[in-house]
Design a protein around this ligand. Structure first.
Ligand SMILES: [Zn+2]
Length: 78
């Protein structure tokens, strides 16, 4: 595929995990399609991928809000 940054062919798409946020709001999204170009060395996400990530983050926030309303706290033995 063509690189959006330098315009040369040879860019490849790879699915890699990416982290968003930190601490309790850390969100790991796996298999994010990331474009890597061997000509200019850039790695970037397409507009469509960014849109999809925004949607996933929104879903995640909604789920967390729902989870925090549960009356029972969940704990685990070390
Ligand atoms: Zn490039």
């Amino acid at each position: 595929m063509k690189c959006d940054i330098c315009g040369k062919p040879g860019a490849r798409q790879r699915n890699v995990p990416r982290n968003y946020g930190k601490g309790e709001s850390l969100l790991v999204i796996e298999n994010v399609p990331t474009v890597h170009c061997s000509n200019c060395g850039e790695g970037y996400l397409t507009a469509q991928t960014l849109k999809e990530i925004e949607r996933i983050k929104q879903n995640q926030q909604n789920q967390q809000t729902a989870a925090s309303k549960r009356p029972v706290a969940v704990a685990a033995f070390e």
